[in-house]
Write a protein that binds this ligand. Structure first.
Ligand SMILES: Cc1cc2nc3c(=O)[nH]c(=O)nc-3n(C[C@H](O)[C@H](O)[C@H](O)COP(=O)(O)OP(=O)(O)OC[C@H]3O[C@@H](n4cnc5c(N)ncnc54)[C@H](O)[C@@H]3O)c2cc1C
Length: 459
């Protein structure tokens, strides 16, 4: 019997499918957003999709795959944008979305099963007067485990920092990929082992996250005649610790027009900052806007704007998506600007980019300092301009994570140390988890070489 037939015979009642259309759909994520990954990852398919509904079924699906030495690629909502959840060596696609449910909301802490959609966690928390501190712009479709394993931050980072910042993930329960899988609860510094590791060293079964009190939020767009004023305003808004905000997303002209669902709300030639600010901070926010020569051109209660999507779907990964609706060739880079020279570095990059390459930046806290993440957005017409743009950012003093490759190390958001090597050896002794992503003994070739992001040392 071939290994997959034996596997099916051994997993008992765990739901599975070999329907080619389901396999095709579940073997993809949103990697097509990258012009380089589009060709590189097309055609990678799992052999079988397995959809456990309980921890016991996850253990059965994983343990059986290990006994048959079949690769396992975990998947949540499939919204990753570097092909993190694409199976590079076939095998089992472990579809976690039916292993869902909020387990507890207690004393400002929410705990949920891995496959819980984050929007469902938000609804459950809000019903109790709390809300998620952090969520990706894919709130509506991504799972909590997928966010922890594949994401880095998002809405709320303007207040609370990145997902990796100490305190933003309370605990992660993981399962080993062994013939008899074991569970382990990770807290504190150990959380870093699994965060942004693409499920290549453990299966996440539960996540606990601290919550924030639920506020009434306003979705505001502020227009600026000068990009530099928009940028300074965004950074100042984030720095103002007394003004509650979830988003400060800076977009240089003509991005406001390229995001066609915004219509002509932003005046010709103006840059904009998309903000989500607590309603009770409106007077301080308005004063800050006036101080930076801005003009509020849109101001609605959260979820009630007229643009066909919540305002967070015009920021982070969704910002590029909105631009691609108008010009599909647009692509960008995950530049990171931090420290005293942040504004000068961004100005230097801007001086080296054409006005046809407008800047898009998310401003938030990381490691206790204000950072700006993003880059000029370019129309893809080959790798040369992409390489030039990476060099431009790096030469100006910025760092770049590679959002056009699939390897944990090559992307350069997670730091890999000897602890990661040891953990992988213990949790995945046969090297079956998401193979090809966490290459501990080498670097995968990528068309785009980058430096990766830098963070303060932890240990
Ligand atoms: C338009 C767009 C906007 C985005 N905006 C943001 C943003 O604001 N912030 C951000 O950080 N990211 C963002 N992303 C990336 C992505 O949406 C997020 O990282 C998201 O949270 C992933 O969740 P998911 O459930 O879809 O995970 P998936 O895509 O299914 O998986 C992501 C990774 O996690 C692994 N994984 C999934 N479940 C498990 C599990 N149970 N155990 C172990 N590993 C697991 C997968 O193997 C994969 O490597 C965006 C992507 C797109 C396309």
């Amino acid at each position: 019997m071939n290994p997959i037939a034996s596997y099916i015979a051994d997993i008992g009642a765990v739901p599975w499918s070999m329907d080619p259309s389901i396999i095709r759909r579940k073997s993809r994520d949103h990697f097509v957003i990258s012009p380089l990954l589009r060709g590189e990852l097309a055609g990678n398919l799992a052999d079988i999709v397995v959809s456990p509904r309980s921890r016991e079924e996850v253990a059965r699906a994983v343990g059986t795959a290990v006994r048959h030495r079949i690769p396992i690629t975990p998947r949540g909502g499939g919204t990753a944008n570097y092909g993190q959840s694409v199976p590079l060596q076939g095998g089992v696609l472990l579809d976690m979305v039916d292993y869902k449910g909020v387990l507890s909301i207690d004393d400002g802490l929410i705990r949920a099963n891995a496959g819980t959609i984050m929007a469902d966690m938000q609804t459950a928390a809000q019903a109790r007067g709390w809300e998620l501190r952090l969520y990706p712009s894919t709130l509506a479709t991504s799972t909590i485990a997928g966010f922890v394993a594949g994401g880095s931050g998002g809405i709320g980072s303007a207040m609370w920092g990145m997902l990796r910042d100490r305190g933003n993930i309370a605990a992660i329960e993981v399962m080993s990929a062994e013939e008899s899988p074991r569970l382990m609860e990770l807290t504190g510094y150990d959380i870093e082992l699994v965060h942004h590791a693409y499920g290549a060293n453990a299966i996440i079964t539960e996540v606990a996250m601290p919550l924030a009190p639920a506020w009434r939020w306003r979705e505001c767009i502020v227009a600026f005649a000068e990009f530099a004023d928009a940028l300074r305003f965004g950074a100042r808004l984030v720095r103002e610790t007394g003004v509650l905000k979830k988003l400060a997303s800076v977009h240089e002209w003509p991005i406001p027009r390229l995001m066609r669902d915004l219509g002509d709300i932003v005046p010709e030639g103006h840059s904009m900052v998309n903000c989500i600010v607590a309603a009770n901070c409106a007077p301080s926010f308005d004063a800050l806007v006036a101080q930076h020569a801005g003009k509020v051109v849109s101001n609605h209660a959260q979820g009630e704007n007229p643009f066909g999507a919540p305002q967070h779907e015009f920021a982070y990964g969704h910002g590029l998506r909105q631009m691609q609706k108008t010009e599909p060739r647009y692509t960008g880079f995950q530049g990171m600007f931090r420290g005293d020279g942040m504004f000068e570095a961004i100005a230097a990059v801007r001086a080296g980019a054409s006005r046809e390459e407008p800047f898009r930046l998310e401003i938030f806290w990381s490691d206790g300092e204000i950072v700006a993440m993003g880059s000029p957005q370019i129309r893809f017409d080959g790798e040369t301009r992409m390489r030039e743009m990476v060099a431009l950012i790096q030469n100006a003093g910025g760092a770049v994570a590679n959002s056009h490759t699939t390897g944990v190390r090559e992307v350069g958001i997670k730091r890999i140390t000897s602890r990661d090597v040891d953990f992988k050896g213990v949790m995945d002794p046969h090297g079956l988890l998401n193979p090809g992503k966490l290459n501990l003994d080498g670097v995968k070739a990528s068309a785009l070489a980058t430096s990766g992001w830098t963070f303060a040392a932890r240990a």
